[in-house]
Design a binder for this molecule. Structure first.
Ligand code: FAD
Length: 283
């Protein structure tokens, strides 16, 4: 393994891997740099290379092939369970590099230096971040202390990396304190819905990647879908819809279910059993 980590890296996470659903296509470039010999490591979940990649424009009745943008090529990419990947990576970080991971603990507050010892990007003197404070546990719904109450713990660190995904609560605090969005374009968001299905083995084509535009979204709604044939007879299906849609009656979940009905088309496999579902926001 080629990477050396500082010995006391700590990660705070609500759950390890279980909040991250299977069915993603990933480009392994970052992994190749981080763990150059990952293919030799036991239990890695990169077992399904993308074998073909195409784009379709959907109408209600048809699936029309359209040119594949080169930047969306999938040569050398893997279709995998992101949840299994997260768990595998976590076990390597803990066992090989002594990284401490605290599943079940969320970072609840930023821990600031007591004095103004730094500058924000605009030249204003400010307090630097020196770590995080975890959430309190053992509170009732109306915030009374239970016998199991434990206060949040403050962890100090030389460097604090916030990796909370879209719209993280600590990130929002840091953005506000250091005015990180000043003079920046407004952030845009989308919602992504994804399901993993066991499909009819006769229509399962291991490694096939399909991206779709069009139906069920109308032409003023930005978004698109996918069908990834993962390992083990499973298929990931999903739809992403930008959250600036104009129609206030549009229900992303309903659109996704309509989209799933397209599985009746010859281009799509017959869905037999839903294994998992996830909805998540995207920056
Ligand atoms: C439906 C969908 C399909 C996608 N498909 C693909 C794909 O095929 N290929 C691809 O490359 N990308 C895909 N993406 C994008 C990819 O999932 C994201 O880019 C990636 O997950 C971002 O990683 P992240 O670590 O920044 O954030 P996340 O994966 O969101 O992870 C952030 C984690 O931090 C935790 N967290 C947040 N706040 C706190 C806190 N205060 N304390 C402790 N923990 C906290 C969250 O629970 C979460 O586990 C997809 C996204 C969606 C929604």
């Amino acid at each position: 393994m080629g990477t050396t980590f500082p010995s006391r890296i700590r990660f705070f996470t609500s759950l390890l891997g279980s909040h991250i659903l299977s069915g993603a296509v990933i480009e392994p470039r970052a992994l190749n740099e981080l763990l150059p010999d990952w293919q030799a490591l036991p239990g890695h979940p990169m077992t399904q290379l993308a074998t073909s990649s195409r784009m379709l424009f959907l109408t209600q009745q048809h699936a029309l092939p359209i040119p594949h943008p080169p930047q969306m090529g999938n040569d050398g990419n893997y279709i995998l369970s992101l949840s299994a990947f997260t768990r595998w990576l976590a076990s390597i970080a803990e066992n090989e590099y002594g990284v401490e991971i605290y599943p079940g603990f969320a970072g609840a507050q930023l821990f600031y230096s007591p004095e103004e010892d730094s500058y924000d990007p605009w030249g204003n003197k400010t307090r630097s971040i020196q770590g995080v404070v975890t959430n309190e546990v053992g509170l009732t719904r109306d915030f009374r202390l239970k016998s199991s109450f434990e206060p949040g713990m403050a962890f100090r660190s030389k460097a604090t990396l916030l990796a909370e995904g879209a719209h993280g609560s600590l990130s929002k605090m840091a953005i506000a304190r250091y005015q990180l969005r000043k003079e920046a374009q407004p952030q845009t968001y989308a919602i992504g819905l994804k399901e993993v299905w066991r499909v009819d083995p006769e229509k399962y084509r291991a490694g096939e990647v399909i991206h779709t535009l069009g139906w069920p979204l109308d032409k003023s709604t930005y978004g698109g879908g996918w069908v990834y044939h993962m390992d083990g007879g499973l298929v990931s299906l999903g739809l992403v819809i930008a959250l600036d849609y104009k129609n206030p009656y549009l229900s992303p979940y309903r659109e996704f279910q309509v989209r799933l009905s397209y599985s009746l088309s010859p281009s799509f496999p017959e869905l037999l059993e839903c294994i998992a579902h996830e909805t998540s926001s995207i920056l």
